[in-house]
Write a protein that binds this ligand. Structure first.
Ligand code: SAH
Length: 407
């Protein structure tokens, strides 16, 4: 029997026992058992092995995959004692994930989406993005990396991609003790600029070298929402990356002009390419600058915009950094408001998971007070539907996007 593709019977599986009073989150289907919750491990599991998790009285909690190299000692996948973590199980999870996107997200005008969103799709440690005919896979758990050949085969079976590219996020190898090689794992090598459709527009994506996984798919619906407000506007798209917001405002939202600002030249080169692909290059100007510095200069020159988008990268990776990050969000938003005309639209985003929606709202309330401007939140938004969130693992809800009118 292949220990990876076929799960052994329950009785012969190693067991991880949880400390007294620490089992409740896992009965409630939280998928991460951290080292601190573990009372004992029996049966000598190797990293990647399937284990049974029990509470301190021996009651079955869940089936999961063990990793002694990681702070997440066990990732849980099945809360049914009889559902083994075998090929049939992974097959069903992938099928369910793909069906969500086929039914509700992908269509002629949107050919790129997050196909598998880790915990929320019951596949903790696996993220897959579809870019047209290609799939980009990220493995963030050693146990799933050990099962990668099965997962790749199943993705081929269910999605028939032209190729699958594997890419590993910085830092994950050390966190999980992963030894995997990035690159082509199935089919044909993708182009350096894959052309995708989003909301009926065309964007180029570099899956190998582009930031994050090549494109910020999570903002798709927020870009379309913004387009309702921008007719005739002078738009400032800060932290523009490849121009997702700005180009949508110009092409779908009929904005008069858009300035895309980013500190990365390759990002702006893609923005320029995207502007051309959508026939709006005359409206788009790309400026390489630090966004804070750009705003300070604009304020000193008394510039005015009708719409400003703020979509900065994550400002903290830890809870302890949240306070400092909130101060940075405050300065950024305060600066933006100072160059926004009365009645203008502010789209302010936060992708730091350690900052709650309430904290972010409070930050904005502080900006209203400090600037003496009245801010109305018109839409309080999050990720698009292809980035579902599990109510059992709210840690995965990171994106906040507020569309506001500033008087
Ligand atoms: N709004 C984009 C995604 C933004 S990702 C979209 O819709 O696709 C964050 C971007 O901020 C990255 O492109 C990164 O290069 C840029 N960036 C990071 N720090 C910056 C800074 N201080 N000033 C300007 N851009 C910055």
């Amino acid at each position: 029997m292949d220990p990876i593709s076929d799960s052994p019977p329950v009785k012969s599986l190693p067991t991880v026992a949880l400390k007294k009073k620490r089992a409740m989150p896992f009965f409630n289907q939280h998928p991460w058992v951290f080292t601190g919750a573990v009372l004992s491990v029996s049966g000598n599991p190797e990293p990647g092995d399937e284990v049974i998790v029990r509470d301190d009285s021996g009651k079955f909690v869940a089936r999961g995959l063990f990793n002694s190299n990681s702070n997440i000692r066990v990732r849980l996948y099945s809360w049914d004692e009889n559902t083994a973590l075998d090929r049939a199980f992974w097959d069903q999870q992938i099928k369910d994930a793909v069906a969500l996107r086929v039914d509700y997200v992908q269509n002629e005008s949107t050919t790129a989406c997050r196909l598998i969103n880790s915990e929320a799709d019951g596949l903790s440690g696996l993220t897959v993005d579809r870019y047209g005919d290609w799939l980009l896979v990220q493995l963030t758990s050693l146990a799933l990396a050990e099962r990668k050949e099965i997962l790749f085969d199943l993705l081929v079976e269910h999605c028939s991609p032209r190729g699958i590219w594997l890419r590993t996020e910085k830092g994950i190898r050390q966190l999980e003790g992963l030894e995997i090689q990035d690159g082509l794992v199935r089919g044909e090598e993708p182009d350096r600029s894959i052309s995708i459709r989003e909301n009926g527009l065309t964007f180029v994506v570099d899956v190998a070298e582009g930031q994050k996984t090549g494109f910020f798919l999570d903002q798709r619906d927020n870009r379309r929402a913004l387009a309702q407000y921008t007719a005739g506007h002078r738009v400032l798209d800060l932290f523009s990356y490849s121009g997702g917001f700005g180009i949508t405002a110009a092409a779908l939202g009929d904005a008069a002009s858009v300035i895309c600002v980013d500190s990365s030249q390759p990002a702006l080169d893609s923005a320029q390419q995207n502007a051309e692909a959508n026939g709006v290059s005359e409206k788009i100007e790309c400026i390489k600058s630090d966004a804070f510095k750009y705003l300070e200069t604009a304020r000193d020159e008394s510039a005015q915009f009708d719409t400003i988008i703020l979509d900065p990268p994550k400002m903290t990776r830890t809870q302890s950094g949240a306070k400092t990050a909130l101060r940075a969000y405050h300065s950024l938003n305060d600066l933006a408001v100072s160059v926004l005309r009365p009645g203008g639209i502010l789209v302010t985003c936060c992708c730091s998971g350690h900052i709650s929606p309430d904290d972010f709202n409070r930050m904005l309330s502080g900006v209203a007070t400090a600037s003496g401007r009245r801010i109305q939140i018109l839409e309080s938004r999050g990720h698009a539907a292809d980035h579902p969130v599990s109510p059992n693992c709210p840690e995965n809800a990171y994106l906040k996007c507020l569309i506001c009118r500033v008087l």
